[in-house]
Write a protein that binds this ligand. Sequence first.
Ligand code: HXC
Length: 259
Amino acid sequence: MAYETILVEIEEGIATITLNRPEVLNALNSQVFNELGEAAAQLTADQSVRAVIITGGEKVFAAGADIKQMASATAVEVSSSVRPSMIAFNRIENMPKPVIAAIAGYALGGGCELTLTADVRIAAENAQLGFPEIKLGILPGGGGTQRLPRLIGPGKAKELIFSGDFIPAEEALRIGLVNKVVPAGQLLAEARKMAGKFAARGAVAVQMAKSCINEGLQMDLDRGLQYEHKCFSLLFATEDQKEGMQAFVEKRKPNFKGK
Ligand code: HXC
């Protein structure tokens, strides 16, 4: 499928989605959300894709939802126009493969919320993250009030959301908002390196581990442990489990096939 506001490249099993509206700092309008949703569905279905990177390139991740598009919207219009963002974000979060957000420059509002749908966030040293919606008289409506406190705890989430302040990459690392900070010029290489590592593991095991963590976060501990137990047992029906353990016994590297 041809996209206009994002670029999608696939190389050696790793897909890279690049937001591509540089003239407005990659502001996310409804077309971007629709295309992100389409791309997430396409990459979910493509069995050759084993890991996904979402980035805005080396200058800016995304300065949030498109304020000019939202400025004169009514509540009814917003209620229906926010739907594409929810569809896109849910699809990305639930992709049965690892998703890495590679963040340079500003990741604000809906842009930062997009990074929260990824499994791992890598930030360049020049990254600035924040939720400035409160300064516009609104709140983070792309999952920020829900995913952020689950990731960094309610206290820090409230401070960020109530203040609208931007925080630099190192502070984001300190509070657990990003996993890693790297020099700006190495951002995409680092993201590819991590994606390559995930992609080399057994794809079914990675998929189930992601599901255990994501689904488990919606359950109480007992149900989560039961779900984990079922997934763990099920993995013994895969060729990858036989191969992984056989390779250990034979002191060689496993050759996983994702089945
Ligand atoms: C539309 C935007 C934009 C945005 C920047 N631009 N952010 N357009 N929506 N969110 C446009 C500017 O209008 C300008 O275009 C061009 O991008 C460059 O931006 P400047 O402001 O000139 O750049 P700079 O001075 O470097 O300031 C960068 C900035 C600032 C600090 C990131 O642009 C800014 O504060 N942007 C808004 C950030 C924000 O409030 N985000 C939250 C949005 S609400 P022109 O044509 O004027 O030159 C949100 C809700 C999510 O995300 C809801 C759920 C999906």
